[in-house]
Design a binder for this molecule. Structure first.
Ligand code: HAM
Length: 421
């Protein structure tokens, strides 16, 4: 049996084939996401992986609705796997608006499911860092999120040669659309056409625009001549004040495909243009009100950064750090009469916080040694008798004799033990 198309198996390092997905790489990405978000004062939340279908059909827009993994559950409820986190966050925030001081700064690392046509950088499941701020109308919050997005990618060792944030404004596009005589009910279709402009045949986009009363050239002129709005200028100034100006530029080609955005929007792209968007987000000031049926109103904004394009990009740029097992100690059992004593020692080493392994069954000493090397153990520990042990540094091959009782607290380990993650 094979796994479903578009779903990944994550193997521990060393991965079986060059294109296998690595769980160690995934953890490296998640640890970085958590670390940067924590430094920016964001708190972690989570929600259910299945929600009522309606949560998505009303607010996310047709693009996402066409990709839903939805079904009727055994209680006759119309449900869907979550294709994105934002509606869940809006629902959670609306339910407890008064319990939290504003602005609320939250992040999450959900696994999301979209029945997409599989292609490079797009699968049917992916993980996303979602970072959002709720309860702040000022553009200072937009800038704070963009800075977090930049620093998250910098913490993964990407530089301004690798990526750029393309900043735009849904509001500016809305004004362009309204001033050009666009009808309210066509607005989302219009945004969708602009969103696909870079990937679609210009003739096809032109035809679609014409149906809504716009010409391709008119749209293109707006993109080319697009001056930053006051709001975008203020955001740029804020990002420049942090010394991060090289990472951002105004680009009206960005409009975002999701329906709920209302203000500044942006996407992160690799500079060589080899990959799909790394991240995307923006302001969605009306979603909490919509989802709470008008009961609660909270301005909100945020972004999502996917793990798929990110992993491809890090591989492409050679930015994956050494991953894999780092065992502290391998306890060798050369005399089966000492197995019980060795088990006692293994237990004490583990309790002392050292990653420790040993042979489960009687094994020839040379095989045990080979195994210790394969597991990249730093130390080989061998009981000579119940009182005396040797501790061998597997890198320098230096060996030290030591009383068995002192092994778990041995200062040699203290200097090098892997800190618990
Ligand atoms: P999105 O643009 O749909 O936004 O997704 C954000 C990122 O998730 C994309 O830039 C991409 O890296 C990744 N991604 C999306 N779909 C897939 C897929 N099928 N396979 C692999 N990676 C994918 C949102 O989801 C918004 N809810 C983000 C947001 C948060 N806006 C405000 N707060």
């Amino acid at each position: 049996m094979k796994g479903l198309p578009g779903f990944r198996d994550f193997y521990p390092e060393p991965v079986p084939t060059p294109d296998s997905w690595s769980l160690d790489l995934r953890r490296h990405i998640f640890d970085t996401w958590r670390g940067t978000a924590g430094r920016y004062g964001f708190r972690e939340y989570d929600g259910p992986p299945i929600e009522e279908l309606e949560l998505y059909t009303q607010k996310s827009g047709e693009e996402i609705v066409g990709q839903l993994y939805n079904f009727v559950d055994k209680g006759d409820r119309n449900v869907s796997l979550r294709p994105e986190m934002t509606p869940t966050l809006a629902r959670m925030a609306a339910a407890h608006t008064r319990n939290y001081k504003k602005p609320i700064k939250w992040f999450s690392i959900p696994q999301l499911f979209r029945y997409e046509r599989q292609q490079k950088g797009r699968l049917r499941e992916h993980f996303q860092l979602n970072a959002d701020i709720l309860g702040e109308e000022n553009w200072a919050a937009d800038a704070e999120l963009i800075a977090l997005l930049i620093d998250t990618l910098r913490d993964l060792k990407l530089t301004s040669d690798d990526f750029v944030i393309r900043l735009s404004s849904r509001r500016a596009w809305q004004e362009f659309f309204e001033n050009g005589g666009g009808k309210d009910r066509d607005a989302y279709d219009f945004y969708q056409i602009v969103d696909k402009l870079e990937r679609e045949d210009p003739a096809v986009s032109g035809e679609r625009l014409a149906k809504l009363g716009f010409s391709y050239d008119q749209v293109n002129d707006f993109i080319e001549s697009g001056q930053p709005t006051d709001e975008l200028s203020a955001i740029l100034g804020n990002i420049e004040a942090r010394g991060l100006g090289d990472f951002i530029k105004v680009d009206y080609r960005i409009i975002r495909g999701l329906a709920y955005y209302t203000g500044p929007v942006y996407e992160a792209f690799d500079k060589r243009g080899k990959f799909r968007a790394i991240a995307g987000g923006g302001r969605y000031d009306h979603l909490v009100k919509l989802i709470s049926g008008g009961k609660n109103d909270l301005p909100a904004l945020g972004f999502g950064m996917g793990d798929v394009v990110l992993a491809e990009l890090l591989k492409d740029r050679g930015l994956i750090p050494p991953l894999g097992q780092a065992l502290d100690a391998f306890v060798q059992i050369t005399d089966e009469a000492l197995r019980d004593a060795s088990l006692g020692l293994v237990q004490q080493l583990r309790q002392a916080g050292l990653a420790t392994d040993y042979p489960l069954l009687k094994t020839k000493p040379d095989k045990q040694f080979k195994r210790a090397l394969e597991l990249q153990a730093k130390w080989l520990v061998t009981l000579k008798d119940t009182h005396q042990a040797t501790v061998k540094n597997l890198e320098t091959r230096e060996e030290t004799s030591i009383a068995t009782a002192e092994v778990p607290t041995c200062s040699l380990f203290r200097k090098e033990a892997t800190p618990p993650s």
